[in-house]
Design a protein around this ligand. Sequence first.
Ligand code: GZL
Length: 338
Amino acid sequence: MYKKKKLLVFLIASLMAILLLAGCNSNSSSTGDKDSGKAGGSKDEKIVVGFSQIGAESGWRTAETESIKETLGNDPQIELKFSDAQQKQENQIKALRSFIAQKVDIIALAPVVESGWETVLKEAKDAKIPVILLDRGIDVKDESLYTSFIGSDFILEGENAAKELINLMGKDSEVNIVELQGTVGASAANDRMEGFANIIKENPKYKIIKSQTGDFTRAKGKEVMEAFLKSDGNKINAVYAHNDDMALGAIQAIEEYGLKPGEDIKIVSVDGIKDIFEAVKAGKANIIVECNPLLGPQLAQAAKDLKAGKDIERWIKTDEDVFVGKEEAEAALPSRKY
Ligand code: GZL
């Protein structure tokens, strides 16, 4: 009898030891998750955001980068991983694959062009990493490949540019326009072109006589404007630039050609960086359609909401303004943040 009792006690003790060990193992698998680098496993872990930035082609882009590094980089709840693609889509795709391999919590992407994202975004979706688009859109059939777009309404920006130019020069004036397009294939360029054309086609006295990409840069904008002046010089009445950097390049080309920008040739531009406000204040440009690059706060909030399991808006828009003429530009300058 005593032996049986002893055996029973031994069996119960062994069973308890096995259960205890099994319990430890299941705990280690949760730390295993942490070891596997899936950050954000528990409430006090940082939200790891991988951001693929296009590059530094314009003053606007630099301002956006500063806003995101400042906001997310200094947020105790967020760890920012930043990659600069030097304007190349293949570098952005490489960066996204690296973020997926590092098991970041969220991917933020400023897509240099609209097409060519399906494969890598499918890989992010399979890895259960939400993607937030910043400042440019993409053209995909499967809308679930990204969670949200934080950025402007570029069609509206283009329409406002045309409306303000017609207000300035008069509906009944004969106006020949040259257009400096942004990066070929970029949603900001495609949609600003579409919006502007929507209004111009309702005003037959306004004609776009030349349209070419200046790739959103000052140097290329100047170069293309020089070519426009060479071929159509005194026939040009106005320039529509998809961003300020190209407009500022065009201003230089017009002055070197011997004409007065803002007077002989009117200038309407999109973005609203400080230098274009200075140009309008000096009478060298005329109309500014604002496009806000300070997207850091919206991105940080969207990342926290996603991590907290909240739904976020499909399109997080920024309020933007239009500025016309010297007085408005001068009044706005002191409060400009980029
Ligand atoms: C707009 C952004 C554009 C800016 C340009 O959201 O994508 O790219 O207008 C920048 O200045 O190069």
